[in-house]
Design a protein around this ligand. Structure first.
Ligand SMILES: *Cc1c(COP(=O)(O)O)cnc(C)c1O
Length: 390
């Protein structure tokens, strides 16, 4: 019997090594990775330049402490701010921690203005993590049930509905921020249009609210820009990152700009592991390789190739509701629950995921080549058709 807490319904497969977009299990079987550990393995598996940089850093220094200066952390913060126009960065180890930092920052921002019970607008179907504050911000009862009392101070509105936000602005004087995923991941790969983001930016400016974007899943080059909000030309006040930033090494980040910058002072927030030299070299090397190998424009092109491939193969297939997403963040919504497709694909040597019950989710490594994407299409499209026919 396993001594692990029963927090995951795990598939019956164990991987022992990987290379590029391929993984091998204990039996020597090979699998095509269409999920990248849920948008984590940006550079695929065992990327030679990445593993060399990590190996060199492990031989020098893995961890010291945030009571000292950490050069690698300074460099990664410089890099992230250069890529975004944000001003400052707090490093942690995961997406929920990055969002915890954002939520704490928004509350302190409110308190500084004399708002004693600051509130944050959050979205239906949102996912922000599983700590108490972030599961309270999450818009999914399955994530919250059994953990009440929830953290208070969140006001929920429908995703992609500016009027709902304007109504809250009229009635609630305690709001200090809006927290929203630029593209909803767990909620079923739902995108916001450019106009929504521009107008939301304007509302936040008028109301003196912080615009806080959760790019934990959609950030780091996956959509064809460094960050998904950059398609719209706006700048958020706060942005959170994690998943793909370290290509598998745990790292999270909360970035602040404009009126959000300078909120935290020593003693307000912290993390023992956050931003240690190893994690920051993982982040820096990930960003450098994305840049050197032009993986953002590649993600955009390959995303279009996959999108077109699915559109062609699944056009007119009864039961396929919508194919959506941006770059290498793709969702295929069916008209029925399709969790079983994950096992069927696994049996064919393909790793995919299903979220929100009926949305097939693809988040492949950014290094996937076109012939590999073609293999993905060749396995998955017939599988979807067969699944819908039976
Ligand atoms: C995965 C995810 C999180 C939580 O990240 P963890 O590292 O699992 O804590 C938060 N927000 C979004 C949008 C995510 O996709």
């Amino acid at each position: 019997m396993s001594h692990l807490m029963n927090t995951y319904a795990r598939l019956p497969v164990t991987f022992v090594r990987g290379e590029g977009v391929w993984l091998w299990d204990t039996e020597g079987r090979r699998y095509l990775d269409g999920l990248a550990g849920i948008a984590v393995n940006t550079l695929g598996h065992a990327h030679p330049r990445f593993t060399a940089a990590l190996g060199a850093q492990i031989g020098k220094l893995i961890h010291c402490s945030n009571v000292y200066q950490i050069n690698e952390q300074e460099l990664l913060a410089d890099k992230l701010c250069n890529l975004t126009g944000m001003r400052e960065v707090f490093f942690c180890n995961s997406g929920c921690e990055a969002n915890e930092a954002a939520i704490k920052l928004a509350r302190m921002y409110g308190h500084r203005q004399g708002i004693e019970a600051p509130a944050i607008i959050v979205m239906e179907k949102a996912f922000h993590g599983r700590t108490l504050a972030t599961l309270s911000a999450t818009g999914n009862r399955k994530v919250q049930a059994g953990f009440e009392p929830l953290v208070s101070g969140f006001v929920r509105v429908p995703y992609d509905d500016l009027d709902a936000i304007r109504q809250v602005a009229q009635h609630n004087r305690n709001v200090v921020a809006v927290l929203v995923e630029t593209i909803q991941g767990e909620g079923g790969i739902r995108t916001l249009d450019i106009e929504y983001l521009k107008q939301l930016r304007q509302i936040c400016d008028e109301q003196n609210w912080l615009l806080m974007l959760d790019e934990v899943q959609c950030g780091i080059g996956r959509t064809g820009e460094w960050f998904a909000y950059q398609h719209s030309g706006i700048l958020p006040d706060v942005m959170t990152l994690a998943k793909g930033l370290g290509s598998g090494v745990p790292i999270g980040a909360c970035l602040a700009a404009g009126k959000a910058a300078g909120t935290f002072q020593p003693g307000n927030h912290g993390s023992t592991f956050g931003g240690n030299p190893l994690a920051c070299v993982a982040g820096l090397t990930t960003l450098n390789i994305i840049e050197q190998d032009k993986l953002m424009s590649h993600a955009e092109k390959l995303g279009r190739f996959l999108h077109d491939g699915f559109n062609t193969a699944l056009q007119g297939v009864k039961g396929v509701k919508e194919i959506r997403g941006q770059g290498l963040m793709i969702g295929i919504e069916l008209d029925q629950p399709c969790g079983d497709l994950v096992k069927l694909a696994l049996a064919q040597g393909l790793l995919i995921n299903v979220t929100a019950d009926s949305v097939i989710r693809l988040l492949p490594p950014l290094v996937m080549k076109q012939d590999e994407a073609q293999q993905l299409l060749d396995i998955l499209c017939p599988l979807i058709k067969e699944f819908l026919q039976t």
